[in-house]
Write a protein that binds this ligand. Structure first.
Ligand code: NAD
Length: 483
């Protein structure tokens, strides 16, 4: 199958710099494989080196000071709207490119992916002319004005699991506020990000406003020592980026990191609803989602019924796993052999540290396909209970009291997402206030909404994406005192 579509003039052995694809300075490169059968998808993808990073930053600084700085809010919004129109036709092909290396099913494209990206762009297009700043009267002899100024050159370092959506989640608030952006996609999924880059100029954004540098962690580390960073990825890498920021120019860093998200099912919950949300919450993108509902706590009185239904649904999901490039497939493989081996070895160790493990075997002879797994009542210090798996593996534990389950839900270094399932609104409000996470769903879990802030407490991150809050991450207030 040809990777290229005539409407997308991309080659994958070039970087996207200053409005065009150009050869890298670096001679280092990497390859990407299709996790359904480990065949080669593309090779000679550049690992951008110091010179490539310096060039991108130089072009970005020029773009920030250039025509882009003169764009009115309405002109910026018009670029967003043209981009939405262009994506209407091109996005499916761009997302199919990433499906080839992530294993994300193409069945997600026409509905979930398309709507998510479209809503994100339209939402932030609406914010371009609403950066109103503030005013305080001259009661002390000074009028105080507060301007919300763009930061300048921003960098997005992205994870592999949802590459183009991550690109737009960062690009939209960044550009709406007048910044410029360098994107570093994951080395596991660079193709869609390279392909989407050229659409920005076509939509009217000046050259250099959006650039894409491919590479691995070494390119990410080079960028982390440069400009302002919006990073999404693991806690371990997030810590390194925070160190690089401190050691270079004390730049502001937004970190969207991992999770080990609890779903709490009380005895009065609508059981069918709770099972549906918690199963979907761990199986979407084969569990490779930061907000995956990976810890399920169920009240002892309904545990037998819930666990039976939940495990049946997890087992049945095997029938929905298949070739991610086929439209009828709901769940694909894990993203690569390293991810597969990591998840499988965690399952093997879990067998020694829990009451029972259901599922978790390899599916088929080739590729990175894995049966969903349920780990029942793991030990409190079991690795599978404490650490993010980033695969289709959940733990299920029973509880007796509300206070006990709040303590269990909060006994984690993470704090990204949680779910509370109950018909009692007072309990829902009480428990959601006490759970230590950036987002809590009531009678739902593992979801986000573009209008409301999204991000983590504790080790799950610093700062917020989505909503008005993301605009604050990309602007710096300046106070003007007028005597
Ligand atoms: P990762 O941390 O391995 O890599 C993320 C990015 O960081 C990649 O582009 C990588 O090349 C780059 N990188 C690696 N080392 C670096 C360094 N020293 N300096 C700078 N950049 C470096 O994460 P991943 O495996 O791609 O993604 C999975 C993780 O991302 C999971 O923990 C998941 O929970 C998290 N995630 C979080 C969110 C969120 O919004 N909170 C969303 C998606 C994924």
């Amino acid at each position: 199958m040809s990777l290229l579509n005539s409407s997308i003039p991309v080659t994958f052995n070039q970087l996207y710099l200053n409005g065009g694809y150009s050869a890298p300075h670096s001679s280092e490169s990497f390859s990407v494989l299709n996790p359904k059968n480990n065949t080669l998808v593309a090779d000679r993808i550049p690992v951008a080196d110091d010179t490539d990073v310096d060039n991108a930053v130089k072009f970005a600084e020029a773009a920030f000071a250039g025509p882009w700085s003169k764009f009115s809010a309405t002109e910026r919004a018009a670029c967003f709207h043209r981009l939405v129109d262009l994506l209407e036709e091109r996005l499916p092909h761009i997302l199919r490119l990433d499906s080839l290396t992530t294993g994300n099913p193409v069945s997600l494209i026409p509905t979930r992916e398309r709507n998510y990206i479209r809503n994100c762009l339209l939402y932030y297009a609406g914010w371009t002319d609403k950066q109103r700043g503030d005013y305080f009267p001259d009661d002390d002899g000074f009028i105080k004005l507060v301007r919300h100024e763009p930061i300048g050159v921003c960098v997005a370092i992205n994870p592999y699991n949802s590459p183009v959506a991550s690109f737009f989640i960062k690009a939209a608030p960044c550009l709406a506020t007048g910044n410029v952006l360098i994107v570093k996609p994951s080395e596991k999924s660079p193709l869609g990000s390279l392909a989407v880059a050229a659409l920005f100029e076509e939509a009217g954004f000046p050259r250099g406003v959006v650039q894409v540098l491919t590479g691995d962690g070494s390119t990410g580390a080079r960028l982390a020592s440069h400009m302002r960073i919006s990073f999404t990825g693991s806690v371990a890498t997030g810590k390194k980026i925070q160190v690089a920021a401190a050691q270079s120019n004390l730049k502001r860093v937004t970190l969207e990191l991992g999770g080990k998200s609890p779903a709490v099912i009380f005895e009065d919950a609508d059981l069918e609803n709770a099972v549906t949300w918690t199963v979907n919450g761990i199986l979407a993108r084969t569990g490779q989602v930061c907000v995956a509902a990976s810890r399920v706590y169920v009240h002892r009185s309904i545990a037998p019924k819930f666990i039976e239904l939940y495990c049946t649904r997890m087992k049945d999901a095997v029938n929905d796993i298949g070739d991610p490039q086929e439209l009828e497939t709901k769940f694909g493989p894990l993203a690569d052999t390293a991810a597969f081996e990591n998840v499988q070895s965690m399952i093997t160790r879990a067998k020694k540290e829990s009451e029972q493990v259901i599922g978790g075997d390899r599916i088929g002879e080739e590729g990175c396909f894995l049966e969903p797994a349920v780990v029942l009542n793991p030990n409190p210090d079991a690795e599978i209970y404490k650490n993010e798996v980033f695969g289709p593996v959940s733990v299920v534990k029973t509880f007796d009291t509300e206070d006990e389950v709040i303590a269990l839900a909060n006994d984690t270094e993470y704090g990204l997402m949680a779910g509370v399932f109950t018909r009692d609104i007072n309990r829902a409000m009480r428990v959601s206030a006490k759970i230590d996470s950036g987002v809590v769903g009531v009678n739902c879990v593992s979801l986000m909404n573009i209008q409301a802030p999204f991000g983590g407490k504790k080790a799950s991150g610093i700062g917020r994406e989505f909503g008005e809050y993301a605009l604050r991450a990309f602007t710096e207030p300046k106070t003007i005192l007028i005597k």
